[in-house]
Ligand binder design. Structure first.
Ligand SMILES: NC(=O)c1ccc[n+]([C@@H]2O[C@H](COP(=O)([O-])OP(=O)(O)OC[C@H]3O[C@@H](n4cnc5c(N)ncnc54)[C@H](OP(=O)(O)O)[C@@H]3O)[C@@H](O)[C@H]2O)c1
Length: 269
């Protein structure tokens, strides 16, 4: 039976680069994202590089309850079986929790937590039955620490790390692997909502990685059976740093750094 990789957030950034990795590896693809023009472009670009790969896409908002049903139907239409699931869609909401827009945070909780968990619930039993499958959740370095001024974002990523590690322990010996990719700052179109307005924020700079390098490392690590995956030396150092220092110091530093980023985003919007 044809094997398909289902990838959310695949219209741009890390998700698009992960779709390229899966195509190179010979998987058929179902790309899901709310950016339909980006999906069409992504499909055309991947088809050009990998003409033999079957690709379909679904433009849908992953914060809506109905979207999981639409994905299930679309997969049934393809007649393929989901042997790889990559949950990558995401965005940030910036601001003190007592000032942010709740509806946008609720959307984020659905996109980062509810929908990935439901998709894993749907497709994991089939993978176990087949004795083979791969799941990659895209969290963030942010998931290891509390994140003042982006409190809900950091907390949703912490959920993804905890959940992935727990399920990984359950899956030992089944032939199915789950990993959680924890990038640091990556040069993509990653957006944050600041005071109700959405702005792209991930800028290029000496410390920011490319989506392609993050995706390649994440994909290879998934295939090697690693569980918690931190791409790049700088991010590994930052991760070690937050484990060495007292958490009160780390939280104060995160707050200061978020406030600095916030000021620059507000200048741009
Ligand atoms: N870039 C970084 O510095 C960084 C660092 C750590 C972790 N991450 C994580 O990496 C993942 C990918 O982000 P990225 O940096 O590649 O940013 P990106 O280029 O903006 O990709 C995210 C994709 O998810 C889509 N998306 C957002 N909300 C959605 C929804 N409700 N339904 C369907 N699709 C939705 C976006 O569509 P629109 O463009 O239409 O919004 C976009 O195409 C995210 O989970 C992010 O938290 C990023």
């Amino acid at each position: 039976m044809e094997k398909i990789a289902l990838i959310t957030g695949a219209a741009s950034g890390i998700g698009l680069a992960l779709a390229g990795e899966a195509a190179r590896d010979g998987y058929s693809l179902l790309l899901v994202d709310k950016n339909s023009a980006g999906l069409q472009q992504a499909t055309d670009g991947i088809k050009q590089r990998y003409p033999d790969i079957r690709i379909s896409f679904l433009a849908a908002d992953l914060s809506r309850n109905e979207t999981v049903g639409e994905i299930l139907n679309k997969i049934k239409e393809t007649g393929a079986y989901v042997s790889m699931l990559i949950n990558c869609a995401g965005f940030g909401v910036y601001g003190n929790f007592f000032e942010t827009v709740w509806e946008r945070e609720l959307e984020m909780i659905s996109v980062h937590i509810e929908t990935p968990t439901r998709l894993i619930k749907e497709y994991l039993p089939g993978m176990i039955k087949n004795g083979e499958g791969y799941i990659l959740n895209v969290a963030s370095l942010a998931g290891f620490i509390p994140g003042p001024v982006m409190a809900v974002y950091y907390a949703t990523k912490a959920y993804l790390i905890s959940f992935s590690r727990a399920v990984a322990a359950e899956l030992r010996g089944t032939g199915v692997s789950i990993a959680v990719l924890c990038p640091g700052v990556t040069h993509t179109g990653f957006s944050r909502t600041v005071h109700g307005k959405t702005a792209g924020i991930a800028k290029s700079g000496s410390l920011s990685a490319t989506a392609e390098s993050v995706a390649r490392y994440g994909y290879r690590s998934l295939k090697k059976g690693r569980i918690v995956v931190i791409p790049g030396l700088v991010n590994k150092i930052l991760y070690s740093f937050q484990r060495i220092f007292p958490s009160s110091v780390v939280v104060r530093m995160v707050k200061r750094s978020q406030e600095r980023i916030g000021r620059s985003v507000q200048r741009d919007i």
